[in-house]
Design a protein around this ligand. Structure first.
Ligand code: UDP
Length: 344
């Protein structure tokens, strides 16, 4: 199949492209690098079955030649990213999705969109099952992401109902693994970065909120199976092993052998208190469930972060004012002064 993937240079997008290529498909990869990175796909660029095009999908675009499937993964996805780009986030879920859906329709292609557990907001039903409509603050800071994804789901359903487009909707729960951005603010890279650099782990709130973490290869396998299914309604993809953020901090300390302390910081507004996917539907329909344990997945991720750290994660102790502006500019993207980050 010839498959168009938007958001291909993102963390999950790049892993998904790899899987498609490994399955013998050819990929037309799109990204505008708002939050994705060229580094994530650099190793694919010599592959004749992989074609990359820098493209903002909120602007109209055309793809020449036949297309069998469109996989729309484009969106800022970490709270830090979407809070920094709220309008772009809303536009990519609306305008961007509209363009991708239209292309799928014109090409006679099937369509998969990656949605999110954020559709459930701060859920009042636990664990979250697909039939739950959610508890979303439509005007809070996270609404740019939550409502963008809820809109993209509604638009996808409308294209199926109106045009009979073969659509799939994946609701992705917290996913982690190599190629996460080290500084995207999410809890996995944040804790690993802190633990590996001997900095305190920043637990937001009292750490009793829960999350369930899925390793990226498991998630990609779920997406690949879903893409071939005839299920039109959303399907949860995530790992049902749930833990509190404090338990997760402990797990990270154990795994990295870090003696980092824990500091408590304010809980972000509308931060969901509990999150765990009910994956009965994915199990039944797709024969899918996660295989990689948290310990194994974190080990692989730590390896990546350690390697990445050798090149870009050096933390510098920098004493100001003796350090001149020129000297500061010569340092990598961050310096640490007495345990506090100085962004330069
Ligand atoms: N969190 C934390 N410390 C951090 C980053 C995140 O305690 O440095 C918490 C955050 O408040 C949330 C959970 O970890 O309860 C997961 O946050 P993340 O940003 O990874 O994703 P979310 O599930 O909120 O989209």
């Amino acid at each position: 199949m010839r498959i168009v993937v938007s958001g291909a240079a993102g963390f999950i997008g790049s892993h998904f492209c790899e899987r498609l290529l490994a399955e013998g498909h050819s990929v037309v990869a799109l990204d505008n690098f708002l939050t994705g990175s060229r580094r994530n796909i650099a190793h694919l660029e010599g592959n004749p079955a992989f074609e990359f095009r820098e493209q903002d999908i909120t602007l109209p675009f055309r793809i020449e030649g036949p297309v069998d499937a469109v996989v729309n993964m484009a969106s800022p996805a970490s709270p830090k990213d979407y809070l920094r780009h709220p309008i772009e986030t809303l536009e990519v879920g609306s305008l961007g999705s509209r363009h991708c859906l239209q292309m799928a329709l014109e090409k006679g292609a099937r369509y998969l969109v990656t949605s999110t557990s954020e559709c459930y907001g701060d859920p009042l039903v636990h664990p979250q099952v697909e039939s739950y409509w959610g508890n979303v603050n439509p005007v809070g800071p996270r609404s740019c992401y939550d409502e963008s994804k809820r809109f993209t789901e509604a638009l996808t359903m409308a294209f199926w109902r109106t045009h009979g487009l073969r659509t799939n909707i994946a609701r992705i729960f917290n996913t982690y693994g190599p190629r996460m951005k080290l500084n995207d603010g999410r809890v996995v890279p944040a804790f690993l970065d802190q633990a590996l650099n001997g900095l305190p782990l920043t637990v937001f709130g009292n750490g009793t909120q829960t999350r369930s973490f899925c390793y990226v290869s498991d998630l990609v396998d779920g997406l690949y199976r879903l893409m071939q299914s005839e299920e039109r309604f959303p399907v949860n993809l995530g790992n049902p092993r749930e833990m509190t953020i404090l338990e997760f901090a402990e797990e990270i300390r154990k795994l990295t052998g870090s003696r980092s302390s824990i500091v408590y910081e304010p809980l972000p507004q509308d931060d969901p208190q509990q999150r765990r996917p009910d994956i009965t539907k994915a199990r039944t329909l797709l024969g899918w469930e996660p295989k990689v344990s948290l310990e194994e997945g974190l080990r692989q991720t730590v390896e990546y972060f350690r390697a990445a750290g050798r090149h870009r994660l050096r933390s510098y102790r920098c004493f100001l004012p003796p350090c001149s502006i020129a000297a500061r500019k010569a340092l990598p993207w961050k310096a640490v002064k007495l345990g506090r980050e100085i962004h330069i």
